[in-house]
Design a protein around this ligand. Structure first.
Ligand SMILES: C[S@@+](CC[C@H](N)C(=O)[O-])C[C@H]1O[C@@H](n2cnc3c(N)ncnc32)[C@H](O)[C@@H]1O
Length: 202
């Protein structure tokens, strides 16, 4: 399959191919997502939001560790799948999934204690608008975790630049700081780990 077709599916999974892409993402991104979730330092009373959850690889762990889990994704297929798959948790009032964009989050201000987003910043139109929205929906003292692959790795993958915008840790830290977050820093399980997981406080 052409990189352009794959890139489109990664940025917005849809249809039968989207189902396969979501399985692949879950497999390939599992370790990075598992590390990101640890950086959230979840408490049993937390309300947590995941933005761009795709195949939903960490949703079960979020549901195990937190009081309430919301997921937002711009793909309607992804939302429909989550609404079916987590119907019990939704019925119990412990989960909610809404279609939406990071730049205009469909939630009230100060609705969450923690926000997590992994492998989505390449697709945001504006880091400033996205982080301003995350700042709005987080409670004061809340925490945001942002995971993504480094520029060099993305460039080697040859993803089309009009679909994937590569990001450097500095870009994310600057945008977080501009939005009002503090203590933004990169966390890695080991110094050589290739991913960037950035943690900041509201
Ligand atoms: C590459 S997948 C990553 C999925 C998952 N977080 C992971 O790491 O495996 C990107 C997901 O983010 C969603 N997405 C991309 N841009 C978005 C945006 N601006 N707002 C909300 N969701 C977005 C896509 O629809 C897709 O489901």
């Amino acid at each position: 399959m052409a990189p352009r077709f794959i890139a489109r599916q990664l940025s917005h999974p849809s249809g039968y191919i989207g189902v396969a892409i979501r399985h692949l993402m879950n497999r390939h991104n599992a370790r990075m997502n598992a590390f990101a979730i640890r950086q959230l330092h979840l408490e049993p009373s937390d309300r947590v939001l995941e933005i761009g959850f795709g195949g939903g690889v960490i949703l079960p762990a979020l549901l195990n560790a937190a009081a309430f889990v919301a997921g937002v994704d711009r793909s309607s297929d992804v939302i429909e799948w989550a609404q079916r798959h987590f119907a019990k948790a939704i019925k119990a009032g412990r989960a909610e999934f809404r279609q939406g964009n990071v730049e205009s989050l469909p939630f009230e201000k100060a609705a969450f204690d923690k926000v997590c987003t992994v492998n989505t910043v390449y697709f945001w139109t504006s880091l400033d608008a996205g982080f301003a929205e995350i700042h709005r929906v987080l409670k004061p003292g809340g925490r945001v975790v942002v995971g993504f692959l480094p520029k060099e790795r993305m460039e080697r993958m040859g993803m089309p630049a009009d679909i994937f915008t590569t990001r450097a840790p500095r870009d994310i830290i600057e945008a977080l700081t501009k939005a009002g977050f503090c203590d933004a820093r990169v966390e890695r399980p080991e110094p050589k780990t290739p991913w960037n997981v950035i943690v900041a406080a509201r």
